[in-house]
Unconditional design. Structure first.
Lengths: 321, 489
């Protein structure tokens, strides 16, 4: 498939685009524009897809398997994290067939606790790093932050991009930082948080997506969850188009993580529909798609139980964490 | 581990989500709606309306002949005096009431429209019905404000309007015709298309439900002969027709030399112009929506894609990929994107033109798509390598068939876009605002959409140039088709 190769360029263009600041700028500003009204109409249309019966059960299971169960509070403690890890491994005590979530996402200082609690479970440890959520720290501090988290056992690092540099047009600086963080990750997977709520336009979302992928991101992620608006369907659409086109161009499949504000199973299904009809079925797995969420899991569990038993549980039947 | 389906190959297409069809009960036989009640036709004749998705018989519908049309026109004439002299706000109230009943019964009407027409429930539910209600609401508001429509201080209604509508948007076209006519104080005799009469008859029930005075709306069902009787009836003051250019010309000839006023909304062969700086993903959506919306049974469909030569290949590649995700099938399945072709006759015309396109050297492409065994269906089709002289670039196909042509410069795009006997609509895709305005000035089409396609609003006038007809529907301009501006009151 060379659909993007002819409209966006060739793999060689991407390599030469990252050679200098001005070439990078030309490349990013040469990407096709996004019509906001059209993108909103498209996701509005996809939101009317009706997912029922077997497909709904499958999609709810997928939602569970793709959740990065997250706690990112100043008040987090080892106890809270251990409790969350137990939930991550066995989300529904009433239904042993319910699979584990994809990962638990915590601040770097709690990685060791999570890593110990999740050992052998198959659930990954993800950690935000690089002066999350603002990213406003010296590069050496950010790199130390990342290296510390990886050393403590993080399998995945969620970094934030320097939105200040991006909005000021210093794309080379953003790219360089992503590359250095990627280097500091070692074996850990890198998710690059674009913080789309601060990038404001969908054109910027598309450019930032390409920038992050060019820098070596394994995932691109919408938001920190600390800024409003966080994940939205139009933003997810544009990012999924970007990973699809990047895969066409380079053969590398980059994942997408939507995070922040996704609380209901209904919302989650809408995102999965957009994933399916934009990037394709290959992205419907935890290696390529994630939800960053905390309260979403319980709603999905209640909907799963409804599908299984035909009636809704009391919220007290699902554990709070 | 139990009961989890193969997670590697999810097939959500396998999850049909049909709407129960008993939401819309159909009567086995249906009379004519004249003078506020359902009556039997003079000759006792009837015809069958079938479900395009299955080819099965849906209902028997009365066949109106000349005496029935005469009776309907007389009923409309009798009702006209009182209807037109009522306080205008009262007319508005009736229209508001009709609009609200349409909203209340919209699920039923959407299902009925899908069954009788073949179009997907997603479109009847999300497009047709909301627009139908919007047209009645919009014109309800106009009823007592006609003096401010810019048509003189006291514009007067014309009298009895004979209205003939097509099968592609049965209820929506009815609303485009009836709402402005009634708001302006006219009474109407409306003939729905012979393949899609059921929602018009449901609308007749709504008129009864709304206590609309008898004779203000009359509905006669039948085919071409019924339409001819209506056009030629001397008691009709105005004819409004939406349909083919061929029939439109015949009507214009029949009306010539009489005092009847005429508006025609006819065929189209719209150019959808995609420049190299277009927002490409949204443009692809717009192209799909432009030609595959309603199976391409749209007079303003973007059936000619004019794409700048430098981006032809990627645009076509993206379009093909997108077509692979369209779902064709049961119109009552909420996930269906493309429904059934309305009739065997229409399918034959589409098939014939597609064959002509191939014979003339254009290259057809269709996604992998299995057509149901019963009913009438046509897979979405793209022709590349189309020349301006090919039949598929010149004739209205009225089906899910897109002809792709290329251009090099904006001037050439305009020249090719305008090089058609039609002039109903056009689309422009570019991120450059100045170019949108430059194009819109030069495209000879009644509607020019910029970075979108097939968007409708009751406040926006709709109508054509050249062989696409004359007169406007909707907006302030649409009122002029049902008012006599010259009258001094």
């Amino acid at each position: 498939m060379t659909v993007a190769a002819t409209s966006i360029g060739t793999p060689g263009d991407l390599v030469s685009a990252t050679a200098s600041d001005s070439a990078l700028r030309r490349f990013l500003h040469g990407l096709p524009g996004v019509d906001q009204v059209g993108a909103e109409a498209r996701v509005g249309n996809l939101a009317t897809r009706s997912i029922k019966a077997e497909a709904k059960r499958w999609a709810l299971d997928l939602a569970v398997r793709t959740i990065d169960l997250t706690t990112l509070e100043g008040a987090d403690t080892p106890g809270k994290v251990r409790s969350l890890c137990a939930k991550a491994i066995q989300p529904d005590p009433d239904d042993r067939t319910c699979q584990s979530v994809a990962a638990v996402c915590v601040y770097p200082d709690l990685v060791a606790v999570a890593s110990q609690a999740l050992a052998g479970s198959g659930v990954a440890v993800a950690s935000v790093a690089t002066a999350f959520p603002s990213g406003r720290a010296r590069l050496d501090v950010k790199l130390t932050d990342v290296a510390g988290a990886v050393e403590a056992g993080a399998d995945e690092i969620d970094m934030v991009v320097d939105r200040g540099a991006f909005l000021a047009g210093r794309y080379g600086e953003v790219l360089d930082e992503i590359r250095q963080v990627k280097g500091a990750c070692g074996p850990a997977h890198l998710k690059v948080i674009l913080e789309t709520g601060e990038l404001a336009t969908l054109d910027n979302v598309r450019r930032a997506s390409w920038l992050a992928m060019a820098g070596g991101a394994d995932f691109i992620k919408t938001s920190t969850g600390k800024v409003t608006p966080a994940a939205t369907l139009p933003v997810a659409l544009v990012m999924l188009e970007a990973v699809r086109d990047f895969a066409d161009l380079t053969g590398t499949e980059v994942g997408v993580k939507v995070a922040g504000g996704i609380r209901s199973a209904k919302d989650a299904l809408r995102y999965l529909v957009v994933v399916h009809e934009t990037a394709g079925a290959e992205w419907l797995r935890p290696e390529r798609f994630r939800f960053g969420a905390s309260s979403l899991l319980n709603d999905v569990l209640m909907q799963r139980a409804k599908q299984r038993t035909g009636r809704y549980h009391s919220p007290d039947r699902v554990t709070i964490d | 581990m139990t009961a989890v389906p193969d997670q590697g190959t999810p097939t959500w297409a396998k999850a049909p989500s049909p709407k129960p069809r008993d939401l819309a009960p159909t009567h086995p036989t249906n009379g004519l709606f004249i003078g506020g009640e359902f009556v039997d036709p003079a000759d006792g004749g009837s015809f069958t309306t079938v479900e395009p998705a299955t080819g099965e018989r849906l209902a028997e519908v009365a066949l109106a002949t000349t005496p029935d049309v005469d009776r309907a026109v007389k009923a409309a004439r009798r009702a006209f005096r009182r209807w037109s002299s009522r306080p205008a706000a009262e007319r508005g109230r009736y229209l508001f009431r009709i609009a609200r009943i349409i909203q209340e019964r919209s699920r039923e009407l959407a299902v009925l429209e899908s069954i009788d027409n073949g179009k997907p429930i997603r479109e009847t539910r999300d497009v047709d019905l909301p627009l139908v209600a919007a047209h009645f609401f919009h014109h309800a508001g106009w009823a007592d404000k006609l003096a401010w429509a810019g048509l003189g201080p006291n514009p007067r209604p014309l009298g009895v309007a004979g209205q003939i509508i097509p099968w592609n948007f049965p209820l929506l076209m009815l609303s485009w015709k009836i709402a402005p006519a009634l708001a302006c104080g006219n009474t109407v005799v409306l003939k729905p298309a012979e393949t899609t009469p059921l929602t018009a008859l449901a609308f007749a029930e709504i008129c009864q439900q709304a206590d609309l005075p008898a004779g203000v709306v009359n509905i006669v069902t039948g085919a071409g002969d019924t339409g001819r009787a209506l056009v030629e009836h001397p008691g009709v003051d105005k004819i409004a027709f939406t349909g083919s250019t061929e029939v439109g010309k015949a009507i214009a000839r029949a009306v010539a030399g009489t005092a009847k006023k005429l508006t025609l909304e006819l065929g189209g062969k719209a150019a959808n112009v995609v420049f190299d700086d277009a927002p490409v993903d949204e443009a692809v959506e717009g192209i799909v929506n432009g030609i595959f919306f309603n199976q391409g049974h749209v007079c303003c469909a973007g059936s000619r894609l004019l794409v700048q030569e430098s981006v032809h290949d990627p645009v076509v590649a993206r379009l093909q990929r997108r077509l692979g995700t369209l779902r064709l099938g049961d119109p009552l399945d909420k996930n269906t994107d493309i429904g059934a072709v309305n009739s065997a006759e229409q399918l034959e015309r589409i098939t014939e033109l597609v064959a002509a396109g191939e014979a003339e050297g254009a290259v057809p492409w269709q996604p992998d798509c299995r057509l149901p065994e019963r009913g009438w269906w046509h897979a979405p089709t793209i022709f590349t390598g189309v020349a301006q002289s090919h039949r598929v670039a010149r004739e209205e196909i009225f089906g899910p068939v897109l002809s792709v042509l290329t251009f090099r410069t904006p001037d050439e795009a305009v020249a090719k876009a305008n090089n058609t006997t039609y002039g109903l609509s056009a689309g422009v895709w570019t991120e450059k605002g100045s170019r949108i305005l430059w194009m819109a000035e030069r495209l000879r089409a009644g509607v020019v959409w910029a970075n979108t396609f097939n968007r409708f609003d009751p406040a926006s006038p709709f109508g054509g140039y050249k062989e696409s007809g004359f007169g406007r529907e909707g907006g302030r301009q649409g009122l002029a088709s049902y008012l006599d501006a010259g009258a001094v009151g």
